[in-house]
Each structure stands twice: as C-alpha cells, then as structure tokens.
Ligand binder design. Structure first.
Ligand code: HOZ
Length: 453
C-alpha cells in the first residue's frame, strides 16, 4: 500500500502564535464537569494528563490520523486509542462492518457464527493458538489466562517482569508499568498481601535472574507472563535470545509461558511478537487491535490447555458481553484489512521516517534522547539509554518528557501523555503528517535545549 496524501496534518484554529490552536476552554469546562462525577474526571488514570500537566483534551471526533477536540482543535494522533486504531479512525471497512451489525442486532447473549470466523482468522495467523476464548478487555484476558495456567498446572505462583503491565487484576498490579508507574503506585493499594505474595518478580530482559528464581521455586510456578515486546514501560524490545531462553527455562520446569500480546498482537506483524521472534508461548493474550477499537480481549492456547476451561473443564470464566457482535464485527474487518499486501511494510516505513527524523532533530538541538522502536510502536526516552528494562526506563527525565509533550500538543500533535507508554503510527498517517510532526519536534527540542526547569 502507498501512503495516502490527501489528509493533512493538524489544522490550526484562531489563536495564532507558536501553537495556532484555539484556547482549550471547552476542554477545561468539560474536565471541570467530569471531575464532579467521575473519579479524577476520567475513566482511566493516564487520560488525566497528571504526568504532563495542563488540561486533558476532550475529543469529540476523529478521522484518519486526526483527532478533533471540543474546542475544534485538530491533532495528529500518535496514541491511536492506546493501540487498537491501526487502520486509523473511522476506517470505511470497520465502519461498514459496524453498520451491518447495528442493522441486525448487537447483543444476543448467544453464540454467533462470526465468533467462529474471527477465531479461525486469529488461529490461522498465530499458530501457537489452537483454541481461543473471547473476553471484554486485556485485563480480563491476562487475569483469565493466569487462572487457566494455575488450573492446568495445579500450581499457584506466577512470575512477572518488573515494569510490564498486564491490566489491573490484583495479582498483576505488582511492580506494574503504564499508569501504575506514572502515578507512583506500581504496586497498588488494595491488593491483598496474600495476592501479591503469589507473584514473583524478575527484571525484564534478565535471563540469569529468571534462572535463579526458577532454581528456587520452579516446580511451584504455574506461569511466567510477560509482554514479549514491553509497551508499558515505554517500548522495550526483548534482548537477543531472551524469549527463546525463557521458552527453554519454562519447558525445563513445566511452567507455562504466557505472552501478553494485547499491544503487540497484529501490531508488529500478523503473527504478533511471537511470529517476529519465532518463539511460541503456551498461552497468548490479545486485545486492542482484534477489536478494532471496540472493547475486546481474548486468550488462546493449544487445545489441551484450553479444554481445561468450563464447560469442558473445571476452570471457570464467563462474560455477558464476551464475543459481542459489534466488537467481533469491527475486529474481524480490522484483521482482514491487515491482510492486504504491504500493510506492515507501510507501517514500518512511516514509523522509521518518524524515528529517524526525531533522532536527527534531537541531535541538531543538542537534546539527549534514546529511542526504542519495533515496527509502528516506539518511545522517545529522555535520557542517553540504552533502555532495556524497568530500572533503565525509570532513569528518564519525565519533566523533559512533559515539556516535549506540551510543546507538541500545542502545535497539534497528540503524543502519549506519559513517558512510560508507547506511541503508535497507523495506516492512516501520511508522510506529510510525519514530516509536519518532525518540523514541530524540531521546535520542541529547540525549546527544550533552552529550557531551565
Ligand atoms: N498502557 C495502557 C494500555 N496498555 C494505557 C491505557 C490506559 O491505562 O488507559
């Protein structure tokens, strides 16, 4: 596919100056009203802009790679709904699929044929999955996968990596990345000590630590769960041999290896991170892109594991809206669109253009950054790097990130509102929008070089 050129970058409003955007008065009013009735004014903490300051922008519509806020300002979007919007916003194919569902009914509480079709699609693309179960979110997927692993192995302990984030289930909110890190609660209040005690921790990308832990506890461990490419401490790829090393270690001790591919599934390729690195997990968790922006999650594995689930086996998990027709319809349309030739090459080319340009702009301004990128997911860390794990990610200058974020926002570019998140490029982005982003970043980096905090 060739990048489209018809859509332009952010369009300025009336205020002029560097920003050219309208004042954020409507967003400010909307936030004030929201704070009276929603905890913190939001339904997910990172949306509140606490890490970067300023007024969170309330969006009213989106098209392609552009978000429009309630003040009428437009922003080139690098959040992409936190990952699902790989086709861009209001993609015609996804919209048509939603329309079909809306004409026929969108909640039956019964099986539908489309659930089988999307299951077949995913299983064809991800060979480690023979049987799948749909849920409503990534959190549900990982939580259910852990229960299944415990039920399958008859063991209780799990291992997770510091800085990986697997949603907000109790046993997984231990040294968790994403908003949990951003807001200083990587191990949340309200998680019973007994739950946290069932979760053992190792540093990401550190095979030796995992070996030591397994030597002590290996025969009591049900599962090792990780993001095969971390996205929730910022983007952190696996070191050479790390995933393969974990695979061998898990095999040695009879531990199930769980890849949380909620972000990376269909993001870094049709086969996800496991396809990219050639390592098969026992259980895969999916979400985001497989619902195309509708609430969805899924977990899948080989048949003997999945057949431990009710109604075949003793592990219980259920959901009123699981496999909802709207989510399945839009998800399936999204996955089919990703099978068009050249799609991942296009994402790679746009994302490389952005990353190369940002590196050059930072260098020219004398600003130190370290970028991690795998395909269309990436993070600019404000530090020299390398960033290979949670400890190194946390060395980033979060105030510098906040400055950069605000300068970009005020020029019409919407980046993740926290350092410990990944940015995403979609198929709706154009080279022109990327180049406009780079011009804005040059100005932001120049400002940062002069900035005295
Ligand atoms: N890193 C989170 C999703 N992977 C951000 C979304 C949220 O917390 O709202």
């Amino acid at each position: 596919m060739k990048p489209r050129e018809e859509s332009v970058g952010a369009r300025s409003g009336v205020a002029g100056g560097l920003t050219g955007l309208r004042p954020d008065g409507e967003s400010a009013s909307a936030f004030a009203a929201a704070q009276k009735v929603l905890a913190g004014g939001v339904n997910s903490p990172v949306r509140a802009f606490k890490a970067v300051g300023g007024v969170p922008r309330f969006m009213s519509r989106a098209q392609g790679a552009v978000l429009t806020d309630v003040d009428g300002n437009e922003y080139v979007d690098y959040v992409g709904g936190w990952g699902p919007m790989v086709l861009g916003h209001v993609d015609e194919r996804a919209k048509a699929a939603a329309g079909k569902v809306l004409c026929k009914g969108w909640c039956f509480g019964t099986p539908t044929e489309q659930e089988t079709v999307i299951a077949q699609r995913i299983i064809a693309d991800i060979p480690s999955i023979e049987v799948i179960r749909f849920v409503n979110s990534g959190t549900e997927a990982t939580m259910s996968a852990i229960r299944l692993a415990r039920g399958f192995t008859g063991r209780d302990l799990i291992v997770k990596c510091e800085g990986c984030y697997h949603g907000h289930a109790d046993g997984l909110l231990v040294e968790a990345g994403s908003g949990a890190t951003t807001f200083g609660a990587p191990s949340s209040a309200g998680v019973p000590a007994a739950m946290a005690a069932g979760t053992l921790l190792v540093p990401y990308n550190d095979l030796d630590s995992a070996r030591v832990l397994f030597a002590a506890h290996g025969r009591s461990i049900a599962a090792f769960i990780l993001e095969p490419i971390a996205g929730n401490m910022g983007c952190v790829p696996p070191a050479d041999g790390y995933l393969a090393g974990l695979r061998s270690l898990c095999d040695e001790y009879g531990v199930l290896l769980i890849f949380d591919e909620v972000i990376t599934g269909f993001r870094v390729g049709l086969g996800g991170a496991q396809g990219l690195y050639g390592v098969r997990p026992d259980i895969t968790c999916l979400g985001k892109i497989i619902g195309g922006g509708l609430p969805v999650g899924a977990y899948g594995a080989r048949r003997e594991i999945m057949e431990r689930l009710s109604p075949l086996g003793p592990v219980y998990q259920a959901g009123t809206l699981a496999g909802n027709p709207l989510a399945v319809g839009v998800g399936l349309a999204t996955l089919e669109a990703l099978h068009e030739p050249g799609v991942y090459a296009q994402l790679e080319s746009l994302s490389a253009r952005l990353a190369d340009g940002l590196a050059a702009a930072a260098r020219a301004a004398g600003v130190t950054i370290c970028q991690n990128r795998v395909g269309s997911m990436s993070t600019v860390f404000f530090q020299a790097g390398p960033v290979t794990d949670y400890a190194s990610a946390r060395k980033s200058d979060v105030r510098a990130y906040g400055f950069y974020f605000q300068k970009m926002l005020n020029q019409g570019f919407y980046l993740p509102p926290a350092q410990f998140e990944a940015a995403f490029v979609s198929l709706a982005h154009t080279e022109r929008q990327i180049d406009e982003t780079l011009a804005a970043a040059e100005r932001a980096f120049a400002g940062l070089a002069r900035w005295v905090p």
